[in-house]
Write a protein that binds this ligand. Sequence first.
Ligand SMILES: [Zn+2]
Length: 490
Amino acid sequence: MPGVLLRGGCGPLVLLWALLLPLVSLSHLHQHGRRGPCVTDRPKLLLLSFDGFRWDYIDRVPTPNFNSLMEKGVMVKQVESAYITKTFPNHYSLVTGLYAESHGIVANEMYDPVLNRSFSMETDSIYESQWWEEAVPLWLTVQKAGGRSGAAMWPGSDVKIHGMYPNEFLQYNASVSFETRVKRIVEWFSAPKEEAVDFAVLYWEEPDESGHMLGPQSPLMDVVIAGIDEKLGFLMNELKKAGLYERVNLIVTSDHGMTQLSADKIIELDVYVSRDLYTWVDKSPVVGILPKEGRLDEVYSLLVDANPNMVVYKKEEIPAHFHYQHNVRIMPIILEAKEGWTIMQNRTGPFMLGNHGYDNTLHSMQPLFVAHGPAFRQNYVKTSMSAVDLYPLMCHILSVRPLPNNGSLFNVKDLLAEEPVRSMPSPPPSTPPMVKEYSYAPVWGSFLGVVLVLGFLGVYIRQMTLKQMYPLKHKGWEMSQPLLQEDLQL
Ligand SMILES: [Zn+2]
């Protein structure tokens, strides 16, 4: 338990401090105390997403690096992603703790009737700030709290949100290798103290791309998964080389899973409804339909019983457990394909062998979660968690106050070491006047004995004060969490 080590390992130095205390001003000690060997640095956290890494991929091939991380860390077998289980909505949920209806990135392809703008992964529209500003991602919250953030290609991290970028970030470029991204991240964590990042996010496009192309059942996916394990090994090794591996809390997770499709399982909308009646907004398997003005009921009635493998919802009928209703960017009609089925207008469009986006309670849509570092327990396995719970967990690790969110720290606190690291900058201690007086008494000779005794006393009081302040501060956050959730569940 790091907290115990922090206190226990400082014994001999306490004696030294006491001896030197009369010679050094207390304000000087406070200013530089964090850099001393007794006090750890601020908590560090790296969040890594391997896009589309389904929870059970690690069972298909040997994954020695995942195993190594889990043996000294924690694993959650399945993470329930937010609905819809698509890339942009879920990456934003991971860093905001909000369901898509609350953070506003409700799909990879969107239309906002208020802004009268469209959003598409295929265009520069993703750089328009207004899409992202219904929420505040964690990298900005860390910065507002006085910390520093870095981001390597995470969706939204190269967009100016609420007037800010991450302190360090890479403009999205799919051709930049994983290894280059890792090296930049390690540089940011290794920078001189004032410039070092406290929190970083790292994104890699695989195994999602191969999963779409090959289908998750393809034996060729085994090679892809083994390759991901090697990439994780590269990251672990770079962190070790930089002396960061035991200091930086590393979370490895993903935005969603992947399921096998079949060319026999295609639903062709053109068979049921004329394209003149609606605008097709988002792609399969959850399709947003914007009916032409005055045609909503007509489109709905044409589709509602059209195909047994397609569920049709009017917006107000979308089940509450999806948390996917209260946003103007969610279209008036939603079509949801059953697992493995593809909705197209007709068969001329591109067809993939793997996809995601389906009902988030399906096992195939769920990614894994593995974490390692001073904040986490060791060799601990948990069955499941919700993706929105990651945000309050990360805020806790970083000692940052969470913004209102849909997650709960309570649900995941068993992942944490029993005495979580509380090593953010010390709360401004109230200087005992008695000690301050002695800090200006560099007098030796006949007063030395008195000074030493009072020096010991001063350090003892300071240590006791800090011991009490850490648990108090921690308790305050625990208590604030349910209130924040209630704010949002209205
Ligand atoms: Zn994805």
